[in-house]
Design a protein around this ligand. Structure first.
Ligand code: AHR
Length: 540
């Protein structure tokens, strides 16, 4: 197998990886013999702190919260009368945990759900809320108890920004425009008065608006041309009236784009954008791609070994190929990179946990999945010049979630810990890294043994994230910073007894970060990375 864009030379043991535009520049020898980690020379990594790359937009650490299974009901919303501690119906334990992640944006209400969502069903007094059927997800009854005002309250409680997907599939431009008006118009307008009567007189901020969802699939299976016609109309009429939303806070419109490697939509959207007239615009186009190593998703969340570990990590690396290819396509229409590539659905999609409703997409979340999340985040960071938004699917109780809840209990998943460890990379400036990653071989699969990114945060501190993908061997990492400027490094490392170790309600601390520190030897920073681990360290 050939991970990412690694090119194997014909004659010998030399591998050269051609890089995304910023990031790892690789040129390394393949070690033919399997020396033990203790004997093996350290993996060399050099951080160039003098060359600033693009800013890693904090919005690549965004999340996705859909009305699906117990993603919202039970996971976020318990209702004001619940015995579970809550503030205005929103559970306080989940809010507390999410605040630590500094979640930059939350995509809501879907997903496929969004193209059948009618916002009026979910505003006003409880008696006015309409019960509907969630046709996409198990035909569950949707009470609409959690609607626009509850979502905005949730966003406010966790300190995040709203990414609202409007209904392009079964709604109308007028419905979407009126929703925007309800959310953002001044308090003395009719829409603003209605919002004020529902408890919020000040306009909300809607930082991102999605113009449909997967319109090539659950969003109506529209042809690319038909979608582009619709999308232009929505782009024109989803006005944001909030006077505070100017400059950096101006609302961004995100069009439906690529389904994995399929470029039909992204090409049509970018061409339309290139040829556009004054009356509409776009700030982003999406890519949806899940890690599943086959479809329908069949790999279990627990009880797997090294084969499936390697298989799923290998499948993760396709994100590099996808992002590179779609960025190159976008460059043809937008060489100045004005339009962002928004990977607004990504993550591992596994077989449903046995005994759960398959329509609710419940799955466990292992150390492997946390590593897979870190690999994706590294890929997005290396493409920070184009990838300025991403949303992991999903936030609570669904797919690769941050948090699992059961009644009044809550468990933080290994993926949660990676997102918390990566907080220093939000809005940090990417620094180029030179790395000899070595390789890790499992059967027919060959992966780089190490993956890493480095960045300088806004306070001037340098951060390193490094993964040891080898599930059996620890490794020594020798880090050079501008020829010896490092004095010390400390941070956290996430590993566990096995690649399929998980946190459960009974044992919530099987996979939790531990402190890690480096030592200085001969002017270089030496780190011991445990087998199957992700480490994030601040370097001084
Ligand atoms: O995240 C689950 C579903 O996956 C979303 O609703 C849809 O957009 C995608 O196919």
């Amino acid at each position: 197998m050939n991970p990412g864009n690694i090119r194997v030379c014909k004659f010998a043991s030399v591998v050269v990886a051609l890089t995304p535009r910023w990031g790892v520049l690789l040129a390394f020898a393949v070690f033919a013999t399997a020396a033990s980690a203790a004997e093996a020379p350290p993996v060399e990594l050099d951080i160039d702190t003098h060359t600033a790359g693009p800013v890693i937009n904090r919005n690549i650490f965004g999340q996705f919260a859909e009305h699906l299974g117990s993603g919202i009901y039970g996971g976020v919303w318990v209702g004001k009368d619940s015995s579970i501690a809550n503030v205005r119906g929103i559970r306080s334990d989940v809010v507390g945990a999410l605040r630590a992640l500094k979640v930059p944006n939350v995509r809501w209400p879907g997903g496929c759900f969004a193209d059948e969502y009618h916002w009026r069903d979910g505003v006003g007094p409880a008696a006015q809320r309409k019960s509907t059927v969630n046709t996409n997800w198990g035909n569950a009854i949707e009470s609409n108890a959690f609607g626009t005002d509850e979502f905005m309250d949730f966003i406010d409680q966790i300190g995040s920004a709203a990414y609202v997907s409007v209904n392009l599939g079964s709604g109308s431009p007028r419905e979407a425009a009126e929703w925007m008006e309800y959310m953002t118009a001044a308090a003395d307008s009719t829409a603003g008065k209605e919002r004020a009567a529902n408890g919020h007189s000040a306009p909300y901020e809607v930082r991102f608006v999605g113009l449909g969802n997967e319109s090539w699939g659950c969003g109506g299976a529209l042809s690319p041309d038909y979608y582009v016609n619709q999308m232009r109309v929505y782009s024109r009429f989803v006005h944001n009236f909030n006077p505070a939303q100017t400059g950096e806070r101006a609302m961004q419109r995100i069009a439906v784009g690529a389904d994995n490697a399929n470029t039909d939509y992204i090409e049509s959207v970018m061409k339309a954008w290139h040829d556009k007239v004054w009356s509409w615009d776009l700030e982003g186009v999406s890519l949806h791609s899940y890690t599943s190593a086959g479809w329908p998703p069949a790999h279990p969340g627990v009880g797997f070994g090294e084969d499936e570990y390697a298989l799923l990590l290998n499948d993760t690396l396709k994100m590099e190929t996808l992002v590179s290819a779609h960025s190159a396509l976008m460059d043809r229409y937008d060489p100045q990179k004005k339009v962002s590539l928004a990977v607004d659905e990504w993550g591992v999609w596994l077989a449903p946990t046995p005994g759960t409703n398959p329509g609710f997409l419940v799955q466990q979340n292992s150390l492997r999945d946390a590593m897979l999340a870190a690999l994706n985040l590294d890929i997005f960071a290396r493409h920070a010049d184009r990838v300025r938004m991403a949303n992991i699917a999903q936030m609570v109780n669904v797919l690769q979630s941050m948090i699992m809840t059961r009644g009044g209990s809550m468990v933080l998943t290994p993926t949660y810990h990676v997102f918390r460890m990566y907080v220093p990379f939000q809005d940090a400036t990417l620094l180029p890294v030179r790395l000899n990653p070595g390789r890790y071989v499992s059967g027919k699969i060959t992966l780089p043994r190490v993956d890493a990114i480095a960045a300088r945060d806004r306070g001037g501190h340098v951060w390193l994230a490094a993964l040891n993908l080898d599930p059996r061997q620890p490794l020594r990492l020798s880090v050079g910073i501008d020829g010896g400027a490092a004095h010390r490094a400390q941070g956290e490392v996430l590993t566990a007894a096995q690649v399929d170790s998980v946190n459960t309600f009974e044992k919530p601390d099987q996979v939790v970060p531990q402190p890690i520190a480096g030592s200085i030897q001969g002017g270089r920073l030496m780190l011991q990375l445990p087998a199957r681990s992700v480490a994030v360290l601040g370097i001084e």
